[in-house]
Design a binder for this molecule. Structure first.
Ligand code: NDP
Length: 248
């Protein structure tokens, strides 16, 4: 690890997709990146590799965001090594789609526990360190459907709407300590999560996008980078849509 580390960035779900693109925008010799993942060991090593090739330094740990015990262990590792948490990006998320009458309790719980409780767990631990530093940036990845609703996604939409409420409340709690808390709401972005959709569903999704195309993970990551920068120091409690106009 380089000696001149000036800031610590934490990204949840950094092994692939949008999370990997977010790790990449922070690839810089003065930045230490920690990310986590739940299963995809090989992908995690790949994220470490691409960040390293871009001149940065990232470590991926297998940590389930839905477990407060796991998350506490994650932040202990980070604080033991660098003593600070400057930027937290709550990106880890899953979808288990079904119509409400067919949705199982297990699918409801899995999605709420990963997406919403995971965001709570990491925010709680990061905020403790940020309050001591009197500095921090928290960026939560929600979704356009967290604002618009979507049939067949009651669990996912509830978790993403919950993230928006959490963002606004914590923004109000932490604003005087120089800590901003914002949410980014992607629309249809090409990742493994959306690759699972049928071709018909994909073209229907594109049909809902005024820009006429799916977004790239890097287009979400660029907005995260801006919100984490000094240029965004007076923005807090906001939801920034990155959707090609899917929600206006
Ligand atoms: P992917 O499915 O490609 O990646 C999800 C990431 O989250 C993986 O790194 C995965 O790790 C990790 N993860 C899942 N569960 C856990 C867990 N319990 N603990 C720790 N890490 C976990 O998703 P995307 O990149 O597409 O999505 C990233 C975020 O953006 C999500 O919150 C998603 O809801 C949101 N989003 C995505 C959109 C899209 O169109 N793609 C649109 C709107 C929002 P592992 O590989 O080990 O499972």
């Amino acid at each position: 690890m380089p000696d001149q580390i000036k800031r610590t960035v934490v990204v949840t779900g950094g092994s692939r997709g949008i999370g990997r693109a977010i790790c990449l925008v922070f690839a810089n010799p003065d930045t230490r990146i920690f990310f986590n993942y739940s299963r995809s060991e090989e992908d995690a090593r790949q994220t470490e590799e691409v960040v390293s090739q871009a001149g940065g330094y990232a470590s991926g740990l297998q940590i389930d965001v839905s477990s407060l015990t796991d998350v506490a262990r994650f932040f202990k590792t980070i604080l033991d090594e660098t003593g600070r948490v400057d930027i937290l990006v709550n990106n880890a998320g899953i979808a288990r789609d079904a119509l409400i009458v067919r949705m199982s309790e297990a699918d409801w719980d899995a999605v709420l526990n990963t997406n919403l409780k995971g965001t709570f767990n990491c925010t709680k631990l990061a905020a403790k360190a940020m309050l001591k530093q009197r500095y921090g940036r928290i960026i939560n990845i929600t979704s356009v459907v967290g604002v618009s609703g979507n049939p067949g996604q009651a669990n996912y939409v509830a978790s993403k709407a919950g993230i928006i409420g959490l963002t606004k409340s914590v923004a109000r709690e932490l604003a005087t300590r120089n800590i901003t808390v914002n949410a980014v709401a992607p629309g249809y972005i090409e990742t493994e999560m959306t690759n699972k959709l049928s071709d018909k569903a994909k073209s229907e999704m594109v049909g809902l996008v005024p820009a006429g195309r799916a977004g790239k993970p890097s287009e979400v990551a660029d907005v995260v980078e801006f919100l984490a920068s000094e240029k965004a120091s007076y923005i807090t409690g906001q939801v920034i849509h990155v959707s090609g106009g899917m929600y206006i």
